[in-house]
Design a protein around this ligand. Structure first.
Ligand code: ADP
Ligand code: MG
Length: 267
């Protein structure tokens, strides 16, 4: 598969089965999904439907029980841990619900760390510009404990984008924030994403949040039950047959148009 034409993410018959209480528990059950480069997809579903497991498999943090995961045409589910770690480091960014900043590093050091790991000598300058882009240019020397939840998540967003990843995975990034703060964080995510051309998969159980993404998939019991492409999405995510449309299909909404890019986000 040529990397020029390959989708950013291609999941084929993806399954995850785990032993639980003496029997096998099916967590993901035959997920087919293609995400084009630069596209943003929201994954919606009730707690326990397999959203985090799906993200972990896309990131190569977990291995599937069946099916395959291709990232830009490269099959990753059979890749060695070493190669996978290298691929993840520079190309896949992650934002978690619980921020996951390193408490003994300042905001600037947290954002610079992924750049330093890729050997970028300009790590500190790049990190500073990203912190400015998320409105925290004055807080570079603060430690996570000195920042509010929203500020910590803005640092985490800056950190996720700092190695200029091809793919950004966000697992309920507003789940621990009040709605106004959550909206601000999502605006920043979308602004940086569209500026840097990043492919994004955003997990949420909030329909309002999901309506901002170009396309949406609904998970239930480890299957895709509905998929929608937003108007003006350009390139739509394509899910395979992946289960019937057994729930009412929410009205399609156009994704939020990208906001103007914050100045100084680039490196
Ligand atoms: P979501 O993110 O949609 O809430 P998860 O992907 O975290 O769902 O989990 C899906 C299901 O798999 C849940 O029922 C959860 O309890 C179960 N599960 C996830 N990870 C494990 C694990 N390591 N061992 C056993 N069960 C797990
Ligand atoms: Mg989850």
């Amino acid at each position: 598969m040529s990397s020029d034409v390959a989708a950013a993410i291609e999941l084929c018959g993806l399954c995850r089965v785990l032993p639980s209480g003496g029997r096998m528990l099916t967590i993901l059950d035959g997920i087919d999904l293609t995400v084009a480069r630069g596209e943003s997809v929201a994954v919606i579903g009730p707690s326990g439907s397999g959203k985090s497991t799906l993200l972990g498999l896309i990131a190569g943090l977990d291995r599937p029980s069946g099916g395959s995961v291709h990232i830009h045409g490269q099959r990753i589910d059979t890749m060695s841990e070493d190669r996978l770690a290298r691929l993840r480091r520079g190309r896949i960014g992650f934002v978690f619900q619980t921020f996951q900043l390193l408490g003994n590093l300042t905001a600037l050091e947290n954002v610079a760390l992924p750049l330093e790991l890729t050997g970028d000598r300009r790590a500190s300058g790049g990190a500073r510009q990203l912190l400015e882009a998320v409105g925290l240019g004055e807080r570079t020397h603060h430690y996570p404990s000195q920042l509010s939840g929203g500020e910590q998540q803005r640092v985490a967003v800056a950190r996720a984008f700092s190695p200029d990843p091809d793919i950004l995975l966000a697992d309920e990034p507003t789940g621990n924030l009040d709605s106004a703060t959550g909206r601000l964080v999502l605006d920043l995510l979308e602004r940086l994403r569209s500026r840097m051309g990043t492919t994004m998969v955003l997990v949420t159980h909030d329909d309002e949040v999901a309506s901002r993404a170009a396309s949406r998939i609904y998970l239930r019991d480890g299957r895709i039950v509905v998929r929608e492409a937003g108007e003006g999405a350009g390139q739509a995510a394509t899910a395979g047959e992946g289960g019937g449309h057994d729930q009412p299909q929410p009205a399609a909404e156009a994704g939020a148009s990208p906001s103007p890019v914050a100045r100084g986000a680039g490196r």
